[in-house]
Structures are given as C-alpha cells and as structure tokens.
Write a protein that binds this ligand. Sequence first.
Ligand SMILES: Cc1ncc(COP(=O)(O)O)c(C=O)c1O
Length: 409
Amino acid sequence: MPPLVPPLATLRRRRSAKWRSHPVDVLPLPVAEMDYVLAEPVVQALREAIDRSDAGYAAPTRDLALALCGYAGRAWDWAVDPEHVRTVTDVGLGIVETLRRLVSPGDGVVLSLPVYEPFSWWIREVGALPVEAPLTSRSGSGGEPRLDLDALEEAFAAPQTVAYLLCNPHNPLGLVHSRSELAALAELADRYGVHVLSDEIHAPLTLPGAEFIPFLSVSDAARRRGFAFHSASKGWNLAGLKAATVVTAHPAPKRYVDRLSPHSLFRTGHLGVLATVAAYEHGDAWLAEVVEALDHNRRLLGQLLTQHLPRVGYRPPGAGFLAWLDFRDQFPRLPPSPRSPSDRRSPEARDGADDPAAHLLETARVALTSGLGYGTGGRGFARLNFACAPETLVEAVTRIASVVDGAGG
Ligand SMILES: Cc1ncc(COP(=O)(O)O)c(C=O)c1O
C-alpha cells in the first residue's frame, strides 16, 4: 500500500494549481486540493482508460447516476432517483446554469456569509445580485456560527429574492447543518417561493461526530424547492477531471434542470465520469482512511495552535479539510504607521490586520487563502487547507509562529 501522502518533493512535481501558484520556498495550504495519493480503484479506472486510448466524450449512460444513487444510499441513507440525476461539468457550472434558468437580471440570490468566494461570482455571472444573510453566533449555539434563520426569513421575504445558495456542509467554516435547521430553512423557502440550491460537494468528507443531512431528504418542502449538487471532486480529489451532478426530487425543480443545455454531457469529462463511478462504487475504504487522517489533522492543528499560536481562534470543522482561522487577536488593527520608502508591500500585507494571508505569505512563506474574498465576516481571517501530511501542518504552524509577536513556545 503506498503512503497516503507522498513526500513534499514528489508533491512539488504535481502540475495542479496548488503546486504551481507559488515559488518553491512557499508551503502551499490554499486551494482545495488534497495531498493524498488517489484511491486505487480510481487510478485503475483511469489507467485502463488510457490503456484503451479511451479519451473521447462522456457516453450517454446512466453509470454516473446509478453510482451516485448507490453511494448516497450507503453513505447517507438517501434514496436518489436516477431519473432525477443530471450530469454536468462541475459544481460551479451546474449552479451557474441552473441559476440562469431561475433568475432574471437584477433578481436577488441570498448567501450565508462568510462563504466560498465563487458563490458571489456565480450569482453575478448570471446577472443576479448577491443578498447577504450572514451566519450568526447567537441563540444557544455556544458561540458556534450557524445559519441565521431570522436573517434568512427577512432576505427571503424581499420581493426581488428568487433563490438561496446553501453551502451544505459549509465552506469555509466546515459547519454541518442539522436536520432541524435544514427543515426550517426549507419551510421558509417554500413559504416565500424561494429556490434552494444546495452545494453538497464536501459531504463525503463529513468527519466523526457530525452527520451530513442531504437537503432534499429533509421534507416535501425541501424537495419542492431544492436542487442538490454533488461531485467526487472534493471527496476523492478529482477536481481536474470535471464531472458533477445536479439532483432533484420533485417534478417542479426537475423541469428547470431538464432545460439545461443538451450539450452538458459532452462538456463533462469522460475520464471524470469514469473516475467518479469508480470512486462512488469502490472508493469507500480509501475515503474512510482519508476521513481518519483529516480527523487526526483537525485535532493536531488545534494542539499546534494552542501551543504555538494561542491568539489564533479556531473551531475544528465538522466536515472537510478547511480550517477558518481567526487572526484578529493576533494582528489587532493598529493606527496607520508611516511607511518606509523601502517597504513596497501593501498595507494589508504589512501588519496582517485586514489580510493575514497576504502578511503570512510575505513573512512566513506559508500560503493560506485570504478571508477577504468570503465577504462579510472574512476580514482578519484566513483559510488553511489541512489535507496534508501532519509534518506539513507542523511546519506551517512553526513557520507562522516564528514571524508573529507573542507566539507560544
Ligand atoms: C463549496 C464548494 N463548491 C464548489 C467547489 C468547486 O467545485 P467544482 O470544481 O466542481 O466546480 C468548491 C471547491 O473547493 C467548493 O468548496
């Protein structure tokens, strides 16, 4: 059995965005790619395709739909009807093209901020306007941010609101929404006639202690109003292969999906479909190993931060491999200081208060994702990808601790 994470020198030979966006002295922990070696059944499916010189178009079969149905049943006890599964290039395109059929220019699409940065790009791409309903930390959540159902109701009641983009589980906080929250959300959406697009791409990576609830499984209201977007691209690390699905569970939303371009299948990666089928059908054991490694790393990160960076806030995520780090105590906002003529860095990069990621890239040579792109609530935060070897995590925290004031021992 090969090691789950290859050595750093081998990883640096990868040609993907994570490994080609920074110079070699930078430790890259941004883009949502995992460092783990691919699942053997996926490798085998891809090797066999290459051996057959089988790199044409995706075939009009039900293989992907049936594989998703099998996986969703085993993983989440969720009965998906293969007739309600539509193949698309990726989750981003699936959401954009579905939204395009739901909204008119100037319509509002609601978001629970801070949230995955491209959500607001996708909304603008179709001529709609993002409407903010930020997450809340109140109402008995023990300080944990949750969906703000009051803010959602207010946003849904606005006449221009047509849809809500739900991140389930939520990137970047790793929140796993509960059945009761999702049922309440569905009820509100149904009451105000709002469509819910549930991005469930991180669901296979739900970690011990949390239970992923598919939005379409919670109620008739959810099924009447909802679309779910699934892909093996996060769970099995196949983002470059381009295959995803849109799932519905009621004729009303299905009618919109039926209007997607008939070419959407040909725009989907054939190798992506083959790899995804292999992942859904034979990838459970590999996924369980990855989930265990991520569970270990989320705890290790907590220990490392407590020890070396006690002023950095962190709540271990319930799903996924992203840590949403709060640097506001580490880099408090200071009055503007005179800038020396030799310092060509941006003001954010100089003191880290607004954009800790920019500051740490320059000073610690660690690449995190800036919190600024995640909208309201992102200033002073950075996102760290911990789908890496534990040693890489140790190195990242050590590098950061070596450049900040008041770090622990
Ligand atoms: C919540 C979420 N949705 C969608 C995507 C992108 O998915 P795709 O590459 O299938 O468009 C990501 C990637 O990190 C993500 O985190």
